[in-house]
Design a protein around this ligand. Structure first.
Ligand code: PSU
Ligand code: MN
Length: 316
């Protein structure tokens, strides 16, 4: 176990992850909110274990991140993963919640904002998730913009995702990423992916064809210096595994109307909409979500390998 920082806010990195980082073995950070709040039980635990396995199969070390009893942990053992997947009332922690959770001994799963921060602090450069948070529909009235965006504007991490969740205002989210200076590239696509859908229909300015190109962008970020911004590698779910677009649009409209009727806001809105989609599509959205996360996790491991100092040969 390796400790970064002191007192209530110190970060515990597992021995396996700390050794990998010290040896230049590739490491991939994985978030935990998707496990605790994004997927139904008991499938969520199986998925958490499966994603770690995908990283290992690709020759990298997984580092799932969460806060347990006030301790931010980078790299979880089986028992800790089980707690994240099953503990009733486990909190959802964004970046701003970390000091309070640490000081007050709370347990919670970390969102992209909190995971990216903790991963970067621990020295991890590559992170895989499903879909990023972003600007919510109706933002003109309620100002709901995920802290994911702000964190990515000041955290040097590469995040592999299937775009941003399609429950959001995707064009507004892309605008905000541009304003905040976050580099966005499509992986083998010229259109921004649509999370459950292969494409959101919106263009991206940069296209990467190989993990080595992503690693080259990361090296250029560091060489240029300046603000520590993220790199978003937007990796679409394959067309054959996407959710049927008509079904998606119909159930999403129902979900948004239900959220409004029931007055769901704040941190609860994303889990509410994702859960509504799972039920309203009879599980089809779950399969598309999982296909996206699996693809992102595999690609993140390849990028981490291309990035790692130990890597000398050509790309896998
Ligand atoms: N990706 C998924 N499922 C999820 C999430 C991402 O496939 O549940 C989570 C992430 O943790 C993301 C969070 O950071 O949803 C966004 O929540 P909010 O809109 O409250 O910031
Ligand atoms: Mn929000």
């Amino acid at each position: 176990m390796q400790t970064t920082g002191a007192g209530g806010g110190s970060i515990q990195t597992s021995t396996e992850v700390a050794e990998a980082l010290a040896n230049g073995t590739p490491v991939v950070a994985l978030e935990s909110t998707i496990i605790s709040h994004g997927l139904p039980q008991p499938r969520n635990l199986a998925v958490a274990v499966e994603l770690e396995g995908l990283v290992r199969e690709a020759g990298a070390v997984p580092a799932t991140i969460a806060v347990l009893d006030g301790v931010p942990r980078v790299g979880l053992d089986k028992g800790m993963l089980e707690r994240v997947a099953t503990e009733p009332g486990l909190r959802k922690l964004g970046f701003r919640d970390l000091p309070a959770a640490a000081a007050l001994g709370a347990s919670g799963a970390t969102t992209v904002s909190a995971t990216a921060f903790l991963a970067a602090r621990a020295g991890i450069r590559v992170f895989a998730t499903g879909g990023l948070g972003g600007v919510h529909r109706g933002w003109v009235d309620d100002q709901d913009e995920s802290a994911d965006l702000d964190t990515l504007a000041r955290t040097r991490i590469t995040i592999v995702c299937a775009g941003v969740k399609s429950i959001l205002d995707v064009p507004a989210t892309l605008q905000r990423l541009e304003t905040r200076g976050v580099t966005v590239a499509g992986y083998r696509t010229g259109t921004f992916p649509g999370f459950y859908l292969h494409s959101s229909g919106l263009p991206v300015d940069w296209r990467l064809e190989e993990p080595a190109e992503a690693a080259a962008v990361m090296r250029a970020q560091d060489a240029l210096g300046g603000p520590e911004t993220a790199l978003i590698v937007a990796n679409p779910v394959p067309p054959g595994e996407q959710l049927d677009p008509d079904l998606h649009d119909r159930v999403l409209a129902e979900a948004l109307a239900a959220a409004q009727r029931q007055g769901v806001t704040g941190q609860a809105i994303t889990p509410f909409l994702l859960d509504y989609l799972v039920r309203g599509t009879e599980g089809a959205s779950l399969e598309a979500n999982l296909a996206a996360v699996r693809g992102n996790t595999r690609l993140a491991a390849r990028i981490a390998t291309a990035w790692s100092p130990a890597h000398t040969g050509p790309d896998a």
